[in-house]
Write a protein that binds this ligand. Structure first.
Ligand SMILES: NC(=O)c1ccc[n+]([C@@H]2O[C@H](COP(=O)([O-])OP(=O)(O)OC[C@H]3O[C@@H](n4cnc5c(N)ncnc54)[C@H](O)[C@@H]3O)[C@@H](O)[C@H]2O)c1
Ligand SMILES: [Zn+2]
Ligand SMILES: [Zn+2]
Length: 396
């Protein structure tokens, strides 16, 4: 019998590596002819996983985590036509059928056929359809021809695997945040949050030609990481308002676009910077974004948060000053990133050295057994993106 190991969510603050079932090409008691089984080459820890591990969602005990997967095709179902055993592929974190109305419109983050409870799904995530996660040695991927992005040259891809592993989520997500905020050449952009998504967004803003990218956070190491590739930074622990800090950099207290790479666990600014204020980033974005500007919101907001600061926050009801955004004709874009819209083009940008994304987010490769420690360090604000290498295949 083939074996498998994966990282399970146990309870708030605790994850552990467990022996788990080897994946099957099956959907319940039905054969999954359109699926493949992957031997996982790399699988990343995400800020989205941390929301679950901090106990801020209704994730069940025993959930196998992991939605940022890259792997080799080990076995394929009868109906998989365009992939071969041995192909090296990137897995978009959104699971999509390729057949529904939303998939046909490239809205693969809200596929209608992969989650009984609501549109949209992901591997190893609460409320996302119960799919088994890929912080593991092996995983099953359905609708493989539609979902998977094959790397054209395996050897070349393994050399750049630290960068390419980021195509499953955070690079497309950061890029999507920038695109939906309307970032174009010459623009001044404020990126809230210097976690991996914020840093990936900042690097994407550079790729899109932004003139000035200002990254805000309250963790000095993460701000230093943003400066390491040419961003300006604001330290939100300071007493000055965000607008005042922006004014010191660009001469006016205003930006062209803002991207929220923080989400519902946002902390306040200034004196409030050690307490949670879930609407802070959205309200600050409306304050500093110019009239007519855009606000991209890849940061996650939830419909159920047992740790919310009050009864409203517990159901995702936040105190947002929408009147201000309306008065300034802001446009907003929320939701999961439809990874497939961007991953092929961003792969080319990596392969042709147009973006150094592994350096920007400071990739750190660890083993599967080091995964639980990776979760702890990341939660403590390490300026790193942890990439798990379950089979020791990533070259040093
Ligand atoms: N939409 C999508 O498809 C998608 C995909 C991946 C991740 N996400 C979400 O993106 C968000 C960021 O992910 P990450 O991996 O970078 O997480 P992270 O937790 O590492 O980073 C969040 C950062 O925000 C900082 N922060 C807190 N309050 C702030 C404030 N008021 N202003 C500025 N910074 C503040 C924190 O100090 C932290 O460094 C998460 O909510 C994650 O769930 C969404
Ligand atoms: Zn992720
Ligand atoms: Zn679909």
């Amino acid at each position: 019998m083939a074996t498998n190991r994966g990282i399970a969510y146990i309870k708030p603050g605790i994850v552990e590596v467990q022996n788990i079932a080897f994946p099957e090409l099956a959907l319940g008691d039905r054969k999954c002819h359109h699926g493949v089984i992957l031997k996982i080459v790399s699988t990343n820890i995400c800020g989205s996983d941390q929301h679950m591990v901090r106990g801020r969602t209704t994730a069940p005990e025993g959930l196998i985590l992991g939605h940022e997967i890259t792997g080799l095709v080990l076995e394929k179902g009868r109906d998989v036509e365009y992939l071969e055993v041995g192909d090296l592929v990137s897995v978009p974190f959104n699971i999509a059928c390729g057949r529904c109305r939303n998939c046909k419109e490239q809205q693969t983050g809200i596929c209608l056929n992969v989650n009984d409870a609501r549109p949209g799904s992901a591997y190893g995530y609460v409320d996302m359809g119960g799919w088994i996660g890929g912080q593991a040695e092996y995983v099953m991927v359905p609708y493989a021809d539609f979902n998977l992005l094959k790397f054209p040259n395996k050897d070349q891809a393994m050399e750049k695997i630290r960068d390419l592993t980021l195509l499953s989520d955070i690079l497309p997500t950061g890029y999507h945040g920038a695109v939906t905020a309307g970032v174009k050449p010459g623009m001044v952009v404020y990126v809230a949050g210097a976690g991996p998504v914020g840093l990936a967004c900042a690097a994407s803003c550079h790729l899109l030609g932004a003139a000035v990218v200002i990254v805000g956070d309250m963790i000095p190491e993460r701000l230093a990481q943003a400066r390491s590739f040419g961003c300006e930074t604001v330290d939100l622990r300071k007493d000055a308002t965000l607008g005042e800090q922006i004014e010191q950099i660009v001469g006016i207290p205003e930006v062209d676009c803002t991207v929220d790479c923080v989400g519902f666990e946002a902390k306040g600014h200034g004196h409030g910077s050690d307490t949670e204020q879930p609407a802070t980033v959205l309200n600050a974005a409306m304050e500093v974004t110019r009239a007519g500007g855009g606000i991209g919101i890849p940061g996650l907001y939830v419909t159920g948060d047992p740790g919310g600061i009050d009864d409203n926050a517990k159901v995702g009801n936040l105190s947002i000053r929408i009147g201000l955004g309306w008065a300034k004709s802001h446009h907003f874009h929320t939701g999961q990133c439809p990874v497939m819209t961007y991953n092929r083009d961003l792969m080319q940008a990596i392969l042709y050295d147009k973006i150094k994304i592994a350096d920007a987010v400071n990739v750190q490769v660890i083993s599967l057994d080091e995964g639980p420690n990776g979760y702890k360090d990341f939660d403590h604000g390490a300026a790193k993106k942890y990439v798990i290498d379950p089979h020791g295949m990533i070259p040093a």
